[in-house]
Design a protein around this ligand. Structure first.
Ligand code: SF4
Ligand code: SF4
Length: 182
């Protein structure tokens, strides 16, 4: 169904961790798709999806990169899953100052899943396409538009200013150039 004037399409990737084998094909495909030029290299350190692995207990949890956060979490918790303890950070998708997950190794800029949006669009994101066990599945659904939640120009400027303060104008400009070529 096409999005109407009062609705918008929300794209989601559903994760079924019971089906994940920890093969890491999603990490490789994501990094290859976002390489410059596209598919020119594979480097899971540049992937926007990361598989948290516990081989002994055969548990694998794919986590996609979300927004950068400049502050470290206050609420640290321990999760126990099937008798094994995981810290809250284990399943967090944010790039943050506490750790080097979801940080582009060359530029130091935060990585974020962009749902592989490109022109022409892919039928499904790359990580979903290569996942042979259906641990990742792509869904689109229509939701009502909330005008209050539309991004404001000021928010983009605040985000850019924070990146420039942290990484410098040259690194941010170079990253924007690379993104525009993708
Ligand atoms: S490709 Fe699928 S099965 Fe393999 S690690 Fe990624 S989510 Fe898990
Ligand atoms: S949707 Fe695309 S950008 Fe996001 S994790 Fe999957 S392959 Fe990477």
């Amino acid at each position: 169904m096409k999005a109407g004037p009062t609705t918008k399409t929300v794209k989601e990737i559903k994760v079924d961790i019971d089906k994940c084998t920890g093969c890491r094909a999603c990490e490789m495909a994501c990094s290859a798709y976002h390489a410059h030029p596209r598919y020119s290299s594979i480097n899971p350190a540049k992937s926007r999806i990361r598989v948290v692995a516990d081989e002994i207990n055969d548990e694998y949890v794919p986590i996609r990169a979300g927004d950068y956060t400049p502050s470290e979490c206050n609420g640290r918790h321990i999760y126990t899953i099937n008798g094994k303890e995981y810290s809250e950070c284990s399943f967090c998708g944010a790039s943050c100052p506490s750790r080097d997950y979801f940080v582009e190794p060359d530029s130091g800029l935060p990585l974020k899943c962009d749902m592989c949006e490109s022109v022409p669009p892919l039928e499904e994101p790359m990580c979903v396409q290569v996942c042979g066990t259906d641990a990742l599945t792509y869904v689109e659904r229509e939701v009502e538009r909330d005008e209050k939640l539309q991004p404001k120009r000021g928010q983009i400027e605040i985000g850019l200013e924070s990146l420039v303060n942290q990484y410098g104008i040259e690194a941010v400009t170079e990253s924007l150039k690379q993104m525009s070529k993708a």
